[in-house]
Write a protein that binds this ligand. Structure first.
Ligand SMILES: Cc1ncc(COP(=O)(O)O)c(C=O)c1O
Length: 473
């Protein structure tokens, strides 16, 4: 990619704004200030210059900067699909973030899913191969768009190139969206044939919390309509400092990308090696070789460090690491923990980090869970119910229809066989295990109980999971 000068329009404008406002923070930074401009569908002022610079370094036709995360960008994408293809289903890999399902519900977009696999040792949702995605197009010939969520929370990357290639053999013009919230750097699925990419710049790229980008190519997307969907959803008063942090972080990637990548690899390789040498099961390329061979995974993100928490549960180990070693593990599961090599982490000595993790694995169980009355606190390799894989057999109503019916709340233990009217989502990773419109199974209820008893967090109307909302009988 040719090196271009990045003018840092927003940074300069912010500095000028600060210099001119004697006490900048006495003013409301997010109220439109003409030189800074607007981040709506057709950006203006410095936001426009920054967006154009980002389009240039990402090599795309249009880009929007947001201070409202990938959640809002996913809503923009579903709003676009709902508006362009009313009533037509969207084909989604069965590992969607809840924001995708919520927005499909809001915009009346019927959902169809490409099944995923589940690797129990490291609790990995494994993406579908391109062949499987193509096969599903045969099964659902009327789908209007495709959404792939890649990479996964744990850093498995889909083979974007093969997916877009095989999909285009069936539907030359279908728009292909990638929820690339966990991607990083300047390589995005756009370079491999995707049309729209959603990225959380605050997760791996180093922007401030909430920062993100929405990137688009115009070949299979009506950019004017997408832009209208942005205008209707992005705030008119976004946080300029957050927008500027997005611009800044890509300036960093543009100028120092290869160096940063090398530093991240060296940092996380050292931690992986030290943990593995101490006998801890650590996720690495070898452990996913069968998924690479089958075309389900193109590569594993080196900046994600996933390892076994046994004998503790992932939830317990995460708590000990947080309290005693002062890092926040990004994801805890039943028997694993995932850490991220963040920009800040690079300032920490990886040997010390690994030693502290090993101490945490050997440390006493956290006080809170010692007297837990859960039936079995030991980490198990229990499979999640993967209800989205079984959507065709469990679907009684479309998700958007179920939430518009009369509904009621019932105790979880009485919910078997009822039709769900809400999303139930273990968080992280944020992939729903129950969605509106599906018949609730015993297996689903059992898994929710297990998660709650082990200390996992579930996003639901009643987070204690005593009750669940269902379609009224
Ligand atoms: C795959 C995926 N998409 C979207 C989101 C939402 O991202 P944000 O926090 O930037 O709104 C998440 C959050 O973790 C995610 O994992």
């Amino acid at each position: 990619m040719p090196k271009i000068k990045m003018p840092m329009a927003l940074q300069e404008a912010l500095e000028a704004y600060r210099a001119n406002s004697v006490q900048a923070f006495r003013f409301d930074m997010s109220v439109s200030h003409e030189p800074l401009g607007s981040a709506l569908g057709s950006p203006s002022g410095s936001v426009k210059s920054a967006s154009e610079a980002l389009s240039s370094i990402f090599g795309c036709d249009r880009s929007w900067i947001t201070s409202m995360g990938s959640t809002t960008s996913n809503h923009v994408c579903m709003a676009y699909i709902g508006r362009m293809f009313p009533g037509k289903p969207v084909l989604v890999t069965a590992n969607p973030h809840l924001s995708l399902v919520n927005s499909a519900v809001d915009f009346n977009v019927p959902l169809r899913f490409v099944p995923i696999e589940f690797e129990p040792a490291f609790e990995l949702p494994v993406l579908p191969s391109a062949k499987l995605v193509k096969g599903c197009l045969g099964e659902f010939p009327d789908v209007a768009a495709i959404v792939v969520t890649s990479p996964t929370y744990e850093g498995l990357n889909a083979d974007a190139e093969s997916i877009t290639h095989l999909v285009r053999q069936v539907h030359p013009n279908i728009p292909i969206f990638f929820d690339n919230a966990w991607g990083w750097g300047l390589d995005t699925p756009l370079a491999h044939g995707a049309d729209v990419v959603v990225r959380s710049s605050h997760k791996m790229d180093g922007a401030w919390q909430g920062g993100g980008v929405l990137l688009a190519q115009e070949a299979h997307v009506d950019i004017d309509v997408l832009s209208q969907c942005v205008s209707a959803r992005f705030s008119t008063s976004q946080s300029y400092p957050i927008l500027a942090s997005v611009e800044m972080c890509y300036g960093l990637w543009h100028h120092f990308g290869p160096t940063l990548s090398r530093c991240f690899s060296a940092w996380s390789d050292e931690i992986r090696t030290l943990l593995a040498d101490a006998g801890i099961e650590v996720l690495d390329e070898d452990k996913i070789s069968q998924f690479r061979d089958s075309g389900q995974v193109a590569f594993l993100d080196k900046r994600k460090i996933t390892f076994s928490s046994k004998p503790k549960t992932g939830f317990e180990l995460s708590e000990v690491i947080h309290e005693t070693a002062h890092y926040i593990p990004e994801k805890a599961g039943i028997s694993n923990v995932t850490l991220i090599a963040s920009l800040k982490a690079l300032s920490l000595d990886p040997t010390e980090v690994a030693e502290n993790i090993l101490k945490c694995i050997d440390a006493p169980f956290p006080e809170k869970t010692k007297d837990s009355n859960s039936p079995d606190r030991s980490p198990t390799n229990m499979m999640p119910p993967l209800c989205l894989n079984k959507w065709e057999e469990l679907r009684v109503l479309e998700a958007h229809e179920a939430v518009r019916r009369e509904t009621e709340r019932v105790p979880l233990e009485e919910a078997s066989d009822r039709i769900a009217a809400e999303l139930i989502t273990p968080y992280p990773p944020g992939i729903p295990i129950i969605i509106p419109g599906q018949r609730i199974t015993d297996e689903g209820i059992e898994y929710i109980r297990l998660l709650c008893s082990l200390g996992g967090d579930v996003v639901a109307e009643d987070a204690s999971m005593k009750e669940i909302r269902v379609v009224a009988s």
